[in-house]
Design a protein around this ligand. Structure first.
Ligand code: SF4
Length: 180
């Protein structure tokens, strides 16, 4: 049986889309029995996808330079890129910060909050640098399939992965296609 390798990352998101992925429950085992092999995700210890990964799931919007690097790395390593959830598909709730300059945003978050005493804006190079505007994944790389929703249902995720595994092109319709 040919293995279909899948990897996932989350950028600026809440992990809710990955929770929906796990909500596939026993259908995840069904997909694994059909050949799906999870080679890297934030929900395992394996974080770097193999170079010949078939499906790359991306949750979250692109909000920092690190996210930009990560989505480009996914594009290089994965045959199909699937943007999962509203944040990845069109920026979603994360774009609310696009109306506020980044320095103002950081000052408010780390220094001026009512509960903060002697706050400091973190400057470690380990942390990504905020982009002036949050972007959808397809503003950085080509995306093959989209699963909108906040989060998308486990049914929608299962449908898309199963179609790709079966060699078909997924077309979300009806109840599976949601923007919320
Ligand atoms: S789309 Fe919704 S559930 Fe998914 S990462 Fe964004 S906020 Fe979270």
């Amino acid at each position: 049986m040919k293995k279909i390798k899948i990897a996932s990352i989350w950028c600026e998101g809440c992990s809710g889309c990955h929770m929906s992925f796990l909500d596939m429950d026993e259908r995840l085992v069904e997909l694994i029995n059909k050949g799906l092999e999870i080679n890297a995700t934030p929900i395992t210890d394996l974080k770097i996808p193999d170079d010949d990964t078939d499906i790359g799931l991306i949750e979250g919007a692109v909000a920092t330079d690190h996210h930009e690097e990560e989505v480009k790395m996914m594009r290089e390593k994965c045959k199909f890129i699937v943007a999962i959830g509203d944040c990845a598909v069109f920026g979603g709730i994360v774009t609310m910060r696009n109306y506020i300059p980044v320095d103002e945003l950081l000052r408010r978050g780390y220094i001026e909050t009512e509960s903060t005493v002697e706050g400091k804006i973190p400057t470690s190079p380990e942390l990504g640098k905020h982009l002036p505007k949050v972007k959808a994944v397809n503003e950085i790389i080509r995306v093959d399939y989209y699963i909108p929703g906040c989060p998308p249902s486990a049914d929608a995720i299962y449908y898309v992965l199963n179609e790709i595994l079966e060699g078909r092109k997924p077309m979300l319709t009806g109840e599976l296609l949601k923007y919320e």
